[in-house]
Design a protein around this ligand. Structure first.
Ligand SMILES: *Cc1c(COP(=O)(O)O)cnc(C)c1O
Length: 268
């Protein structure tokens, strides 16, 4: 099978055509290649282009520079070959929810050394050491004990871990995240931790197709960041918006959108 693909740098600069098949073969051998042959039918390139265009349009509509919204491709349950294919089309940031699954994929893809890994799932305290060592960003910090462990366990040779506090923005019993009322105390306690860099807030709002309701939730997160910044913090990150609501999130100021289904298709 001949699959001709353009390979882009992180800045979207094209630096030459490569054979995706050869890339996958050199990375992971026949298994990755076989997976990619099947995946080719899923057309990750088309879906990635559509999502990128949606982000662009939503930013323009909101009067924002599209460059201020960055895409995290959420690859949970997807095989390494799917990540490699998105990589071949220029995608560099990937989000994972389950530690062991993520470590396996990082191992399979270690030759792609400019991938940026974001941990976005719930964190148990016995997992913090590996999360602190293997991710650039953690979006799902929701209690001080976890933040302290990540701080203590971030390896010396790496830059500080970039983190977001996860907020339970619609006060749902089933969701993780700190309540808005408890957010300021948590943020002020995390701020001094030297091996972390508190960048902003993350939320997963209640699932709804009502765009007014989507925007109401996202606007609460935007206002929470503004309130913390008035208390002396310097937060610049709003991690919000997924496949079904990224337009509303961008209208309310999202700087990261986390998109899985609309890039990789339905999860197994
Ligand atoms: C799965 C997941 C996503 C992606 O959701 P899609 O609806 O598939 O785009 C985003 N953020 C978090 C925290 C997730 O767990």
């Amino acid at each position: 099978m001949q699959v001709r693909r353009a390979l882009f740098s992180a800045e979207g600069q094209e630096f030459g055509d490569i054979h995706l098949g050869n890339l996958l073969l050199s990375l992971g051998g026949a298994d990755l290649f076989e997976e990619s042959v099947q995946l080719d039918m899923h057309k990750i390139d088309d879906k990635l282009a559509k999502v990128t265009e949606r982000i662009h349009q939503a930013a323009i509509l909101a009067g924002r520079d599209p460059q201020t919204v960055q895409l995290i491709a959420v690859s949970k349950t997807q095989p390494p070959a799917a990540i490699a294919e998105a990589y071949a089309w220029g995608q560099r940031r990937f989000g994972e929810n389950y530690l062991q699954e993520a470590l396996d994929k990082q191992q399979a893809l270690h030759a792609l050394d400019d991938l940026q890994w974001h941990f976005i799932g719930p964190i148990q305290s016995n997992k913090t050491r590996l999360i602190a060592a293997h991710f650039a960003w953690v979006h799902s910090v929701d209690r001080l004990r976890i933040a302290q462990r990540l701080n203590d366990q971030r390896p010396e040779g790496l830059p500080p871990l970039e983190i977001c506090i996860q907020v339970n923005i619609d006060d749902e019993d089933t969701k993780s995240g700190v309540n808005l009322a408890e957010l300021p105390a948590l943020a002020l306690a995390i701020q001094p931790l030297k091996r972390l860099r508190l960048r902003g807030l993350m939320a997963i709002p209640v699932a709804t197709s009502d765009t007014q309701q989507q925007r109401a939730s996202f606007s609460r997160l935007r206002l929470a960041v503004a309130a913390l910044n008035r208390q002396g913090l310097a937060l610049d990150t709003l991690s919000m918006g997924m496949s079904g609501d990224l337009e509303a999130a961008i209208a309310e100021g999202a700087t990261f959108v986390r998109v899985g289904t609309d890039i990789f298709g339905a999860r197994q």
